[in-house]
Design a protein. Structure first.
Length: 250
């Protein structure tokens, strides 16, 4: 009943919401307040009329655009079939806020750490520390993981994420060097920016990583449904390497 009521209210107000969303004053206020809606809310606001249809059913793209805040550490258990084998995986989702990060130490036996770094966030700063760029924050956290002795036997799967949003920002004229001065005079193109960010993370791993840590790197987008398969392949390789190491063959 509540769902039907919400659907009716949306259908009745869709015109008003569309008008507000398109109003120049609203757009100007969003820019002034530096509110970043392009990652999730903007998609649904642009698709509002379709969402308000009485027979609406979420598409795969709709589901991939949904964002849920993670707090603390959440455990997920699921089965994976890969290479003729059947595996029971435990995935620990660690919230991105500063406080829960310390909880990484509760999973020292993790086979792999999957680290998502949104490289589109070069123009964004932390809410809790407006002086810290989000890319710098990701690098600091990645450094902490690489230097954590409790995680020395865990492989690292680095997902340089939201490449689609990075492309949109660069095409819109946002300059990386305006927000990250070390970018210098490099071309403000996607290929150059993506490689710049990749090189920084890889360099951190080379300088700081524990001797047994293996690093896998992938570029992924918000809607990349193949990312899960990439992770499965990498984690499976990590498991094999771990077994070889325990048997003295690696």
């Amino acid at each position: 009943a509540m769902a039907n009521m919400a659907a009716r209210q949306l259908a009745e107000s869709v015109g008003d919401v569309e008008a507000l969303w398109a109003h120049p004053a609203v757009r100007a206020l969003l820019r002034l307040q530096k509110l970043k809606l392009e990652e999730s809310a903007a998609f649904f606001l642009d698709e509002l009329r379709r969402l308000a249809e009485p027979d609406y059913l979420p598409s795969t793209e709709d589901i991939l655009h949904v964002r849920l805040q993670t707090l603390g550490v959440t455990e997920h258990a699921f089965d994976v079939n890969f290479g003729g084998g059947h595996y029971n995986w435990l995935l620990y989702d660690v919230g991105g806020a500063a406080a829960p990060r310390a909880r990484l130490t509760i999973i020292p036996t993790a086979t792999a750490i999957i680290f998502l770094a949104p490289i589109s966030a070069f123009d964004q700063y932390l809410e809790e520390d407006p002086r810290t760029n989000r890319i710098d924050d990701s690098l600091q956290l990645f450094t902490a993981i690489c230097t954590n002795k409790l995680l020395k036997n865990s492989s690292l799967v680095l997902m340089l994420n939201k490449t689609d949003l990075l492309k949109k920002k660069l095409q819109a004229g946002l300059e990386v060097k305006k927000y990250i001065t070390s970018y210098g005079d490099r071309p403000n193109r996607y290929e150059d920016a993506a490689e710049y960010f990749r090189a920084h993370f890889v360099q951190v791993h080379k300088r700081k990583a524990q001797s047994k840590q293996t690093l896998f790197v992938h570029f992924t987008s918000m809607l990349d449904i193949t990312a899960t398969q990439k992770i499965i392949v990498d984690v499976n390789e990590s498991i094999i390497r771990s077994y070889l190491g325990q048997s003295g063959l690696a």
